[in-house]
Design a binder for this molecule. Structure first.
Ligand code: ZN
Length: 157
């Protein structure tokens, strides 16, 4: 039986493949004022994240480099797109909600505060069906937290 959910699944898969093949913000930021490296040894995903802050402390630019599976690359690409303009607290809050989405497939409390962002991140919600891939999807957000906290290393473990 085909229906809305199959169409949605196809669309989600297309978004992941597109961002996995042509990641946005895939570059080094030479004027970054926060960086961190993320490592997911279970899959071999590695990223290096660069953050540049605006004078008011919000995230002016975010970019990454690295090597990983399509899911980790797509997740990092989508993360850098959705955190721009956010304060550190907002970005961490969004990351916590994304982790809930990745682990359970739903995020009941997400609607109000980050509706647009969660809609953009929704293509990765399917990883909850594949527990070993959840870490691929959340690696970029662990790494973001590390960068925002001034840590240099983040592990998916
Ligand atoms: Zn991976």
């Amino acid at each position: 039986m085909s229906g809305l959910f199959d169409d949605l699944r196809d669309l989600y898969q297309e978004v992941i493949l597109d961002h996995g093949r042509k990641p946005r913000n895939f570059r080094r930021l030479d004027d970054a004022d926060a960086t961190a490296r993320g490592d997911n040894p279970m899959c071999g995903d590695r990223i290096e994240l660069f953050i540049r802050r605006a004078p008011d402390g919000s995230i002016a630019d975010a970019a990454f480099q690295g090597r990983g599976c399509a899911i980790s690359t797509a997740s990092a690409s989508l993360m850098t797109e959705t955190v721009k303009g956010k304060t550190a607290d907002e970005a961490k809050d969004l990351g916590a909600k994304f982790r809930e989405l990745a682990m359970t497939g739903v995020c009941p409390d997400c609607g109000a505060s980050f509706a647009d962002e969660m809609e953009r991140l929704a293509p990765l919600s399917g990883v909850h069906e594949f527990p070993s891939r959840v870490k691929c999807a959340t690696l970029a957000w662990h790494t973001l937290n590390a960068a925002l906290d001034g840590a240099k290393e983040a592990s998916s473990e």
